[in-house]
Design a protein around this ligand. Structure first.
Ligand SMILES: Cc1ncc(COP(=O)(O)O)c(C=O)c1O
Length: 387
């Protein structure tokens, strides 16, 4: 039976929602009035804003997080026959970016408590074909591969971080993206910590890598847009993609960035409220994301009888979800299947709870209480709920 709608239940209906502060509307309208809809001055200002925020010399804005991953792989020289070590437990975008380069994924296990990969599993998976490692910063948590840093360096293996979830989070020493030991890729899609409505960015390690990434995002054209419009020709120097970020999306991103401390505080508070509530529930394990350093993107728990719990909560209008079905079991990636027992067990247990900055602490308590009732119900009578 569906619970009666109330303001509390209403916010918890969505698993995730874009969070706008209001200033984005005027910023987008101003950009539209300027009449420069493609990559333009506002895109370059957004790149500078993000670079300043992260404390890095340069950032390359692109059309999506998937495009950032694709361009980062190409900029690192990854191509046909190369192997990229990657968790299966990620969004399909991570794997499609690898396949789009002609490379292939080598799926590895995750730590079930964090859903992130660890150095030892990376070390064990390295082969003579390995050219890159792509850690996924699940939920926004930084992935520390320092223990294998030297081995990867000796073998010329590039670390390309899928930090789609992790904008604003910290490693032990700096913001994610600011360590310069990896090529870091962010998504600024609709529900991400920072949204451009759609968009992404990569943080290059060197000025040369930045040039390559800019050429790749503009169909292989060498000249920057600002020079191109004042000359009679241009040079297509290499293969390229159509991966530029529009001025309108960039304007939204810059407006969002001004308000980032508020987003950061809201997301941390919500996650901490969930952690406090979930501690009281038997049989529910919260996936840890190191909240002191992380701007949480989601709140994921592991529960027995997950499909039944999901159905009960869904029937009550609570926006639970599953992020993500594992990739090594997907038909498109079957050539690279390997047995991954930990990932497969976790994949049957994980449940994403409603998590977005429009939620209040009362909304969180409402979800935790409903989850507790659902878990008790399936524990005491699993057969009845499964039927
Ligand atoms: C882990 C992960 N990687 C990559 C992406 C791709 O980002 P985008 O949707 O901006 O292409 C996403 C998007 O949700 C994601 O969750």
């Amino acid at each position: 039976m569906t619970t009666a709608p109330s303001s509390t239940a209403a916010a918890a209906r969505s698993n995730a929602r874009p969070f706008l502060h209001g200033t984005e509307f005027a910023a987008a309208a101003d950009a539209m009035r300027e009449g420069q809809y493609g990559h333009g001055v506002l895109t370059e200002l957004f790149e500078q804003d993000v670079a300043r925020f992260l404390g890095v010399p340069d950032v390359v804005a692109v059309s999506s997080g998937t495009m950032a991953l694709h361009i980062a792989l190409l900029a690192a020289g990854i191509g046909p026959g190369d192997e990229v070590i990657v968790p299966s437990q990620t969004f399909a975008a991570t794997i499609q970016a690898i396949v789009a380069c002609g490379a292939h994924p080598r799926f590895i296990e995750i730590n079930p408590d964090t859903l992130c990969i660890e150095s030892q599993s990376v070390l064990e998976a390295i082969t003579s074909d390995t050219r890159a490692v792509m850690p996924v910063l699940f939920g926004g948590r930084a992935v520390d591969l320092n223990a294998v840093h030297d081995v990867l360096g000796e073998r010329d293996i590039t670390v390309i971080e899928d930090a789609a979830h992790a904008f604003g989070s910290y490693t032990a020493t700096a913001r994610v993206g600011a360590t310069r030991t990896a090529l870091t890729c962010f998504s600024f899609g609709p529900i991400k910590n920072l949204t451009c409505l759609e968009g992404g960015a990569l943080v290059p390690r060197t000025a040369h890598e930045a040039d390559i990434a800019r050429q790749l995002r503009l169909l292989g054209i060498n000249q920057p847009q600002s020079e191109r419009i004042s000359t009679t020709s241009y040079t297509v120097g290499a293969f390229g993609l159509r991966g530029t970020m529009s001025s309108i999306h960039a304007a939204v991103g810059s407006a969002q960035l001004d308000q980032f401390p508020l987003i950061e505080a809201k997301r941390k508070n919500l996650w901490r409220a969930y952690a406090a509530g979930l501690r009281q529930l038997d049989g529910v394990a919260l996936v840890d994301l190191d909240v002191d350093r992380t701007v949480p993107f989601n709140c994921v728990v592991r529960v027995p009888h997950r499909d039944d719990v999901h159905r009960i909560l869904h029937q009550q209008g609570i926006g639970v979800g599953v992020h993500y079905p594992p990739n090594h079991l997907q038909p498109a990636f079957s050539p690279w299947y390997r047995s991954l027992p930990v990932t497969e067990t976790v994949a049957g247990e994980m449940l994403s709870l409603p998590f977005h900055p429009y939620m209040s602490i009362m909304d969180v308590q409402h979800v935790v209480a409903a989850l507790g009732r659902a878990v008790t119900k399936v524990r005491t009578d699993p057969a009845a709920e499964a039927s």
